[in-house]
Design a protein. Structure first.
Length: 271
């Protein structure tokens, strides 16, 4: 019985303390913001978000209301609720375009989309949006301390997009759709030439065009072997010291022999 009484008293005390930590009717704007910040610093992000929303609603148009808008976005970001964070950062810039916090806010908005970017096999809408936002950030703030990190994240996400297209090419190779495979490998080369996937994609494009020619009717083989040879020429221009050069040369030799055979047969048939 005594133990039960102690537990009741402890629970009542904790609830009383918690009640004092939360915003109550009659609190001034300053007190309400202080309570919201206390929840934020304690990493009680659910309570902090609700508190900041209250401060924003009663302090709109004030400096404290502006601070609350910023920390609401920060709360969502720290709580990994990145879609809500991106929305609140965007709202902050919309309402406070001349704020000295604008630089960090725009960086955090872009980084929110970066965190929303999924694995390469899934829809890459957020990846593209993050790249767009980071590029805009670097353009607006060329001397920012965050520029280097933004550039690194752009490169990371572009590698992801390149991998997506490379993987699509691999799928079409496995299913014997060699022309489609060559097209997707070409996307990697054209759109992401700096990526780690570009060099191997170009070698795979040579192979795709070679197999496309090998599996074509004789009347179409010549032009398709020539595409393989053109891809090899591009490879030499872009990656003269590429790690897969020996494979590229092997495919070039095979495509060249195939082209010579086609032309020799054409000459023989004409005589």
């Amino acid at each position: 019985m005594r133990t039960l009484l102690i537990l009741i008293l402890v629970s009542f005390t904790l609830l009383s303390c918690r009640s004092q930590d939360l915003i109550r009717p009659g609190d001034t704007l300053e007190v309400a913001f202080e309570k919201a910040m206390n929840q934020f610093e304690l990493e009680n992000y659910g309570d902090a978000a609700r508190a900041f929303e209250t401060v924003i609603s009663i302090g709109r148009g004030t400096d404290i209301g502006q601070d609350a808008q910023f920390y609401l976005a920060e709360t969502y970001f720290n709580d990994r609720r990145y879609l809500l964070a991106s929305s609140e950062y965007s709202r902050y810039v919309q309402f406070h375009p001349n704020s000295p916090r604008r630089e960090i806010v725009e960086f955090r908005e872009a980084k929110s989309y970066y965190h929303l970017s999924p694995r390469f096999r899934l829809d890459q809408t957020y990846t593209n949006r993050a790249i767009e936002r980071f590029r805009l950030f670097n353009s607006r703030y060329p001397n920012s301390e965050y520029r280097e990190e933004a550039s690194a994240l752009i490169s990371e996400m572009r590698d992801k997009l390149a991998r997506r297209d490379y993987n699509a090419g691999e799928f079409y190779m496995r299913t014997g759709q060699y022309n489609s495979a060559a097209i997707y490998y070409g996307l990697v080369i054209d759109q992401f030439p700096e990526s780690v996937w570009a060099e191997r994609a170009l070698v795979k494009q040579i192979e795709a065009y070679f197999l496309y020619a090998e599996n074509s009717v004789e009347q179409r083989q010549e032009e398709r072997y020539e595409k393989a040879l053109d891809s090899y020429s591009t490879y030499l221009q872009l990656f003269p010291q590429g790690e897969n050069r020996s494979r590229a040369e092997e495919l070039y030799d095979r495509a060249n022999r195939g082209l010579e055979n086609v032309r020799n047969r054409a000459v023989a048939q004409s005589n």
